[in-house]
Design a protein around this ligand. Structure first.
Ligand code: ADP
Ligand code: ADP
Length: 227
């Protein structure tokens, strides 16, 4: 059974010029522990898809379920990271990573929270940078910190919306490697939005291609990888 199930989703945004159909037949299914990469040209509805999974909006038609339960409203059990990580400059890297634990009900507190954040920072190679401010880190390091922040509260689903899009090729490939290491130690169920086909194949165990206007699921490719 799937953790994330999206079936027959159609959606049009209401605009001043009338409805703008964006999705017309979106289907995807991610098992627990799966990592689904969604590829498609810019404007095809990839961010709309992430908002549906995060419960930030409801589709006109079709179903979005997590563990078989319809998604209603935003949930704290989703972790998100974006192309341009928004880290708070007045907080240290450690305190930025700990932020979701302060917000999510029942999150770890005190020493346990700090230990969890330090552990994740060490997994992504940021040991020793805990007390720095975001502006003292490179773009790749900020993206690593933002990944830790997205994972700190052990979200049910991790959504990565073009997280590596703004990085140079070397930094990006370093981060791909880190993603594999993180996933081995800190298993998650993820959706990765990207328009880099190489990235989708390198990271995903499933690649879903969206295209058309309005967009629909065109095909789904399973990537088998020796564990
Ligand atoms: P992608 O992430 O693939 O670039 P988006 O999901 O952001 O695509 O957007 C798909 C289309 O819907 C685009 O044409 C975009 O301009 C439009 N769109 C996105 N959000 C809104 C909104 N809130 N209101 C109206 N149109 C929107
Ligand atoms: P991305 O490139 O990251 O997908 P977008 O340009 O699609 O970002 O959207 C950025 C923000 O602007 C989103 O919150 C989206 O809902 C909003 N947006 C995008 N297109 C429109 C639009 N045509 N009308 C109103 N809001 C829009």
């Amino acid at each position: 059974t799937s953790l994330i199930d999206i079936k027959g989703v159609r959606h049009a945004y209401k605009t001043a010029n009338g409805p703008l159909p964006v999705l017309d037949g979106l289907n995807l299914s991610v098992p627990e522990g799966g990592f689904c990469a969604v590829v498609g040209p810019s404007g095809c509805g990839k961010s709309t898809l992430t908002r549906l999974v995060a419960g930030l909006m409801k589709p006109d038609e079709g179903e979005v379920t997590l563990h078989g339960e319809p998604v209603r409203g935003p949930r704290s059990t989703v972790g998100m990271a974006f192309q341009n990580p928004v880290l708070l400059e007045w907080r240290s890297i450690l305190k930025n990573v700990m932020l979701p634990l302060e917000i999510v009900p029942g999150g770890l507190k005190g020493k346990a929270a700090e230990d969890r954040a330090r552990y994740l920072l060490s997994l992504v190679g940021l040991e020793g940078f805990e007390d720095k401010r975001p502006s003292e880190l490179s773009g790749g390091m900020r993206q690593r910190a933002s990944l830790c922040r997205a994972l700190v509260h052990q979200p049910e689903v991790l959504i990565l919306d073009e997280p590596f899009g703004a990085l140079d090729a070397f930094t990006r490939e370093d981060l791909w490697q880190t993603m594999h290491e993180v996933k081995a130690k800190e298993p998650f169920t993820g959706v990765l939005i990207t328009h880099d086909l190489r990235e989708s194949i390198f990271l995903g165990d499933q690649v879903v291609v969206l295209s058309g206007r309005p967009a629909r699921t065109q095909y789904v490719m399973e990537i088998s990888r020796d564990k």
